[in-house]
Design a protein around this ligand. Structure first.
Ligand SMILES: [Zn+2]
Length: 365
C-alpha cells in the first residue's frame, strides 16, 4: 500500500529506467508489449500502471551473433521491434532521442522509449557502424557485455587488453562526439578507469548496484561511484537478486561452483540432469526483500551524492526481489524513499531527473 503522498509524488514525476531487456521478448518470443502480456516484468499497460514513464530498451547482442556474422541483423531486429511497437501503439509510446523528447512525450501523457545497445562488439570494430546505430536511435552503448571484445575487456571474461585499446578509446571519443552515452555497466574495472580517463562527457552505469553491499563483480565499488560522481554521470541501481543481496549472491555462487565441479567429471547424459537439478536448487534459494534495493540507493547516495543515482531495474533480464514482481511495484521505491526521509526534490532526481540531466549534458538538447 503506497501512501497518498508518495503516490502523488511518484505519479507526478518523470520516472526514467535505464535498462530493460523486454524487447528481447518481442524479438525472440513474439510477445506484443503493447498488450497485457501477463508474463515477464513489463509491458505498456503495466508501465502505465507503475508510471514507468521513460524506459531504455536494450538491444542485447550475444557474442555468438558476432561469431555467426549476424550481429548487425540482431541489432536491426531490436530496432524494428521498437519502431513497430511505437507505430502500432502510437497513442501510448513514442521513441525518444533526447531528454527534451522525454519531457515532451511524458508531458503529453505518453510513455517514452529510448533505444540502447548492450555489447560494444556489435559495432563490429567499425566506427561507421557505431554512427549508424546512433541514427537508428541508440543513445547508450555498454562498451562491452560480460565478454572481452577486440578493443575492451568485460568483467566476467579473460583480460585481453588490460582495459581499452587505442581503438577502444577512439570508440569512446566517437560516442562522445555523435551523442551516445558511454555505459560502463559490464566492463572490467580496468576498462572502467580507461573509459573515465578518455571520456569528455558524463557517463552512465545503466544497470549496476553497490559492490560494498553486495560483492558481485557486476556491481560498482566506492571508488568507481565517486569517479562517476566527479564525471557528472549517473548510476542506475540494478534490481537483480544476486546484485542486491550478498547472502543470495554467496549461496548462488556456492551452488554454481558445486555444479561446475559435478559437470567437469560428467558424461553428456549426466550433464543435463546436473544442470536441471542445480537450476531447481537455485530456484529454491530465498529471494531478498525489495527494500534491499533501497539500501543500495542509500549507500550510493551517501558515496556518490544525490545527483548521481538513478534506476536501472534490468526488468526482463533479471530475477527480482520479493515484493518487486514487476514494474507496477516501482512506486513502492518512492514510498520507501519518502519513509527514509528523502525530500521530494531528491526523490525526483533519483526517479529520473539525474538521468535526464546526464542526457542533456552528453547528448545535447
Ligand atoms: Zn546487462
Amino acid at each position: 500500500m503506497t501512501t497518498e503522498y508518495a503516490r502523488k509524488l511518484h505519479f507526478s514525476s518523470i520516472v526514467v529506467d535505464t535498462h530493460s531487456d523486454s524487447l528481447a521478448r518481442t524479438v525472440d518470443d513474439g510477445d506484443d508489449l503493447g498488450t497485457d502480456t501477463g508474463r515477464g516484468h513489463m509491458d505498456l499497460p503495466r508501465m502505465r500502471a507503475g508510471h514507468q514513464t521513460a524506459q531504455f530498451f536494450a538491444a542485447y547482442v550475444h557474442p555468438d551473433y558476432l561469431e555467426q556474422g549476424t550481429a548487425l541483423q540482431r541489432v536491426l531486429q531490436y530496432t524494428d521491434a521498437m519502431n513497430r511497437l511505437c507505430q502500432e501503439y502510437s497513442d501510448e509510446i513514442e521513441l525518444a532521442g533526447t531528454a527534451a523528447d522525454i519531457r515532451r512525450i511524458v508531458g503529453s501523457g505518453k510513455l517514452a522509449g529510448i533505444l540502447c545497445l548492450e555489447g560494444g562488439h556489435a559495432i563490429i570494430d567499425d566506427l561507421a557502424v557505431l554512427r549508424e546505430f546512433h541514427r537508428l536511435g541508440v543513445r547508450y552503448m555498454t562498451l562491452t557485455h560480460n565478454n572481452s571484445n577486440n578493443w575492451g575487456d568485460g568483467i566476467l571474461d579473460e583480460e585481453r587488453h588490460g582495459g581499452l585499446t587505442d581503438f577502444g578509446r577512439d570508440v569512446v571519443r566517437e560516442m562522445n562526439r555523435v551523442g551516445i552515452l558511454v555505459d560502463i555497466s559490464h566492463v572490467s574495472v580496468k576498462t572502467f578507469w580507461d573509459a573515465m580517463e578518455t571520456t569528455t562527457k558524463p557517463v552512465i552505469a545503466s544497470h549496476s548496484s553497490s559492490y560494498v553491499i553486495c560483492q558481485n563483480p557486476r556491481n560498482m565499488n566506492d571508488d568507481q561511484l565517486r569517479a562517476v560522481a566527479k564525471n557528472g554521470g549517473v548510476v542506475g541501481v540494478n534490481f537483480e537478486v544476486t546484485f542486491v543481496s550478498q547472502s543470495r549472491n554467496v549461496e548462488e555462487d556456492r551452488l554454481n561452483t558445486r555444479r561446475d565441479q559435478e559437470l567437469a567429471g560428467a558424461s553428456d547424459d549426466a550433464k543435463e540432469e546436473i544442470e536441471s537439478r542445480y537450476k531447481g536448487l537455485v530456484n529454491q534459494l530465498a529471494r531478498p526483500d525489495w527494500t534491499e534495493i533501497v539500501d543500495h540507493i542509500d549507500h550510493m547516495v551517501k558515496v556518490a551524492g544525490i545527483d548521481h543515482v538513478g534506476l536501472g531495474s534490468d526488468f526482463d533480464g533479471c530475477r527480482l526481489p520479493n515484493g518487486m514482481e514487476d514494474c507496477t511495484k516501482v512506486p513502492k521505491i518512492t514510498e520507501e524513499l519518502v519513509r527514509r526521509g528523502y525530500s521530494d526534490t531528491d526523490i525526483r532526481k533519483i526517479l529520473g531527473e539525474n538521468t535526464l540531466r546526464v542526457m542533456e549534458a552528453a547528448l545535447g538538447e
